[in-house]
Design a protein around this ligand. Structure first.
Ligand code: AMP
Length: 496
């Protein structure tokens, strides 16, 4: 089933229902949203782009993001959403790997690309002309096993891998949301303060299915004062927020004396949430929080901790449960495995493994990475965790050394590779330093005489700004084990 049917049904049922907002301003009702998406599809088909093809979206969060996304699906093509914060060079790699036929891009994002395919600037004259195309009458049929969204997650090698997310996986994700995470009401307003190229974009689906409103902040991102203002205006606001965003919201609300009125649901996940922070957040905003644990390879879909548990202060084990990521969602099995992938008893740590309807079948054109990550149908998450007798899973550590800064993942190897390009850098290793506001900040240990300013310039030229080290520490040599592998644990100890 093509997911675009959900939009078609909503618009048929109630074409005048408000759909897309830029800040407080209504820009489209469901009928208009549907017609515009059909016009995009019609134009794509006219360009020879249709079922099986990939179309990239390299855009900031604006209402047309949803029009383009559903337009791509109406045509039977697959979307390749690219984080708008990426450097043009990084985006080029993704577009080439995905073999995207066309890119819809915000002006500065489009200008950063090196070419190789048509770029449609959104908004812009060409895009406005596209919206005047004759809308397609039919929705291209798509099987649940077919590609809907090619999601690029960075690999530890520094090269991003495309996760094949099918219509069926997104269907399971959206249905599990309603079964395990929370209700979705037609009176909700989905506020997109986190990038639509990631989880927040996937969450457009159940809100389209429910006929809810979709609101893109005018700032295009996360601004606490703006969120307060929009929540009070719309009421029934739903949003996804990384744990560091939740903390900033709590601090901002305390300072402004805001009790969270207008916020109905805040889904948090994507990184560790500390008990002290979530307790303060619930004290400030009430029972609005739910947690999910997912991965690009199992989008938003591994476990969930519903609002009753997040706000429970009576159960004898409430603190333990609050520190967990919850229990398996309905469409998947979750187990904790030993080094061979065999299930370990409750209470013992091991690698978190997942299999089921929301789990990917593989990476795009990358059988080696697929074979390493999927074992007999199980997705090996690379996360170490413990499951208790009641099925609550607690994440202990990330076996991968990913740094999560301000809700965005930074893979150290990617930064290290850039630093090592400097002739006066002999060795480099990048780790995260805990930071009260950003979760973690990036620290580079460097062996060599390269000046900081030159290293900074090298990073600026090649990778996204948020991946640049905030601090450089010189060492005569990096600590290593017997196999010559750098010991990041020792480096982290040096940070104190
Ligand atoms: P990504 O594939 O970029 O979405 O990153 C997924 C990784 O983020 C997971 O493998 C976890 O290490 C981490 N993660 C996701 N959700 C949570 C959560 N609720 N609590 C702690 N870490 C999380």
């Amino acid at each position: 089933m093509n997911l675009a049917h959900w939009l078609a049904r909503r618009s048929k049922e109630d074409p005048f229902r408000p759909a897309l907002f830029s800040g407080r301003t209504l820009v489209s009702d469901y009928g208009g949203f549907d017609m515009q998406a059909r016009a995009v599809a019609s134009w794509l088909l006219g360009q020879g782009v249709g079922p099986g093809d990939r179309v990239a979206i390299f855009m900031k969060n604006i209402p047309d993001y949803l029009v383009v996304l559903f337009g791509i699906w109406y045509a039977g093509a697959a979307a390749v959403p690219v984080n708008a914060k990426l450097h043009g060079r990084e985006a080029d790699y993704i577009l080439d790997d995905a073999d995207a036929k066309i890119v819809f891009a915000s002006a500065s994002q489009g200008a950063s690309l090196s070419g190789g395919r048509p770029v449609i600037s959104v908004p812009g004259d060409a895009y406005r002309a596209i919206l005047r195309s004759d809308p397609v009458a039919e929705i291209a049929p798509r099987d649940t096993a077919e590609l809907a969204w090619l999601f690029y997650t960075s690999g530890t090698t520094g090269k991003p891998k495309g996760v094949i997310i099918t219509h069926g996986m997104l269907l399971s994700m959206a249905l599990c949301y309603r079964a395990d995470v929370d209700q979705v009401l037609s009176t909700d307003a989905a506020l997109y303060a986190a990038p639509l190229s990631h989880g927040a974009g996937l969450y457009t689906l159940m809100h389209v299915q429910a006929g809810a409103r979709h609101v893109c902040p005018v700032s295009g991102g996360f601004d606490v004062a703006e969120i307060m203002e929009l929540a009070s205006h719309f009421t029934g606001v739903h949003m996804f927020a990384a744990p560091t965003m939740v903390k900033r919201m709590t601090d901002g609300a305390k300072a402004a004396g805001w009790d969270g009125s207008g916020l109905r649901t805040v889904v948090y996940g994507g990184g560790p949430m500390y008990n002290a922070d979530i307790i303060q957040a619930v004290d400030q905003f009430g029972a609005v929080f739910v947690q999910i644990y997912g991965q690009g390879e199992c989008p938003m879909g591994i476990t969930a901790l519903p609002r009753e548990v997040v706000s429970d202060r009576d159960h004898p084990a409430w603190r333990h449960r609050l520190a967990s990521v919850g229990r398996a969602q309905s469409a998947v099995e979750v187990q904790i495995g030993d080094a061979n992938g065999a299930a370990v008893p409750a209470g013992q740590p091991g690698e978190i493994m997942v299999r089921g309807q929301t789990v990917m079948q593989g990476y795009w054109n990358n059988p080696e990475a697929t074979a390493k990550t999927l074992r007999e149908g199980w997705l090996m998450t690379g996360d170490i965790g413990v499951m208790d007798q009641q099925g609550f899973v607690t994440l202990q550590d990330r076996s991968k050394d990913v740094i999560i800064s301000g809700g965005s993942n930074v893979y150290p190897r990617e930064v290290e590779e850039v630093l090592l390009q400097h002739a006066d850098v002999a060795e480099a290793s990048v780790v995260g330093r805990t930071h009260p506001e950003w979760g973690e900040v990036i620290v580079a240990f460097v062996v060599g005489t390269a000046p900081e300013a030159e290293l900074d310039a090298l990073c600026l030229a090649q990778i996204a700004r948020f991946k640049r080290p905030k601090e450089y520490i010189r060492l005569p040599e990096l600590p290593k084990n017997n196999y010559g592998k750098v010991l990041k644990t020792e480096l982290r100890k040096l940070l104190g």
